[in-house]
Design a binder for this molecule. Structure first.
Ligand SMILES: Nc1nc2c(ncn2[C@@H]2O[C@H](COP(=O)(O)OP(=O)(O)OP(=O)(O)O)[C@@H](O)[C@H]2O)c(=O)[nH]1
Length: 205
């Protein structure tokens, strides 16, 4: 069975967990508790192939055993780099992450990552307080040769699911020969995810 590892990266509060939870549970959870980085696992069938998917959700706060961005990049087969359209600084962070991914993959002569980086502008529902124009996202994606999406984890289930499926599809095309690399610490089952979702309070929208 194919194993695909996807890292969802971006600065604090851009909606990384919200996107993952939306994909896994179809629900938008406004309050999500997580004080450690974690890996969610899901089995799915893509193009007739059974895939063991691992989704890495980093923790923005300092936590014990936290992996570095470099380790996260080395671990993953594909990257969903998220920014918040109502927060310009998160766009700059996303830009830096995309450049770092390209640089590290170039330096280690890994396979072509063009189809394996998606730039995602989240919180489209907050367009009345938008700080990053859609064209800026498109422009960054074009110059970084990655795919661009703008959406809202709060409002769009199908779009979110499509992005994850597309990424899995792209990653599964070139994953066979890939060596297994060090994984970030922490692993989460659906039971723990449900605990996080219904357990503690952390942030408000
Ligand atoms: N309006 C709106 N709020 C959103 C959306 N996605 C996430 N949020 C809110 O943004 C806040 C941060 O969401 P998280 O999913 O915790 O963001 P994160 O990137 O995982 O944050 P860290 O784990 O701290 O890095 C929460 O209050 C969410 O409810 C969205 O599409 N629209």
């Amino acid at each position: 069975m194919n194993e695909i590892k996807i890292a969802v990266l971006g600065s604090e509060g851009v909606g990384k967990s919200a996107l993952i939870v939306r994909f896994l549970t179809k629900r938008f959870i406004g309050e999500y508790a997580s004080s450690s980085e974690c890996i969610y696992r899901k089995r799915l069938s893509v193009d007739g192939k059974q895939i063991n998917l691992q989704l890495y959700d980093p923790c923005s706060q300092a936590c014990e055993g936290k992996s570095t961005v470099n380790e996260q990049i080395h671990w993953a087969d594909g990257f969903i780099v998220v920014y918040d359209i109502s927060d310009r600084s998160s766009f700059l962070t996303a830009k830096a992450i995309v450049h770092l991914i390209r640089e590290l993959h170039l330096r280690t002569a890994k396979r072509n990552v063009d189809s394996l980086i998606f730039l995602v502008g989240n919180k489209q529902d907050l367009c009345h307080v938008r700080e990053v124009r859609r064209e800026e996202g498109q422009c960054l994606a074009a110059e970084s040769r990655c795919q661009f999406y703008e959406l809202s984890a709060a409002e769009h289930h199908q779009e979110v699911a499509l992005i994850f499926f597309k990424m899995v599809q792209n990653a599964s095309l070139g994953s066979k020969a890939k060596e297994r690399r060090r994984r970030p610490s922490g692993s989460k089952s659906m039971a723990k995810l449900i605990n996080n979702v219904f357990g503690k309070r952390r942030k408000s929208v």
